[in-house]
Design a protein around this ligand. Sequence first.
Ligand code: SAM
Ligand code: SF4
Length: 330
Amino acid sequence: MQDPFGRHISYLRVSVTDRCDLRCVYCMAEDMTFLPRREVLSIEELDRLCSAFIRLGVRKLRLTGGEPLVRREIMTLIRSLSRHLRSGGLAELTLTTNGTQLAKHATALAAAGVKRINVSLDTLRPETFTGITRWGKLENVLTGLAAAKDAGLKVKINTVALKGVNDGEVHDLVAWCGAQGFDLAFIEVMPMGDIGGERRLEQYWPLSMLRADLERRWTLTETDFRTGGPARYVDCLETGQRIGFITPMTHNFCESCNRVRVTCTGQLFMCLGQEDNADLRAALRESEGDARLEAAIRDAVSRKPKGHDFILDRRASNVSVTRHMSVTGG
Ligand code: SAM
Ligand code: SF4
């Protein structure tokens, strides 16, 4: 599948649920209203949808959410999708998780052919963790990470850079990830969904500043390692691990974008920062065969926009895309 700008679409992110067991302050309001179950794609529909994308050339599939591991029967979906790894249709099946349920699922994930996972963790301090997630316990995530390591999963930690919250522990995070053998990527806070007030503007910490801070203590060398996404990577000499910087606000990464996203209700978004979407749930539910679904996917990809247009500006609203991150998935 190629879009109008010649970009090959080989990477699909699917949000399998809008629900989560945490309420990270930058991601969700405390009193989130979640979708009625009938609106959310069933496990069978998710399987059909992912399989259609794989037939059309998707080689990498990432499950996300909400929290993918709180979705009932998520392991049924993962085990079923792993047939595409065995057949060679899919090169990688992975997920982004908050890690709270990893202790329970790590072994089964590895057995299903998952090799690498992204785990979101913004702090190593128990109180800060509870503050960011509103009620989470750091210990659950650390236990989950240990289980992932034992199961042989390669881990990348995703850390949202938050001024005044975790800016004092970036060196600790680098050292800890180094000791654990985890890669680490810092993410700039993005203006997604209404989470109340102007909080996100106060917490916005440009990664150029974070990186300058890191360079006072660590030797960072540029690499040309790219995933086709918004991350730029450096090698950290002292830890031997990679460190990524995901800067959607300050960098233009759209030229090399190889991905599309599907929400848990089956809306296909061709760009994280644009509203245009296609209703794949209708295509799934209105016909038993997949011809309509495949046509809807092709049609949508042919409309993939050139780039996004995030604005974080005090003069305007502080929300430039009204969807929450938990809807489109990170
Ligand atoms: N629950 C899973 C997790 O936390 O990893 C997967 C979904 S979560 C929406 C995916 C990623 O999006 C997480 O790494 C999270 O930190 C990030 N995220 C959520 N809201 C964000 C925002 N407003 N700006 C930047 N990153 C955000
Ligand atoms: Fe849940 Fe992930 Fe959003 Fe945190 S970032 S509230 S863990 S979906």
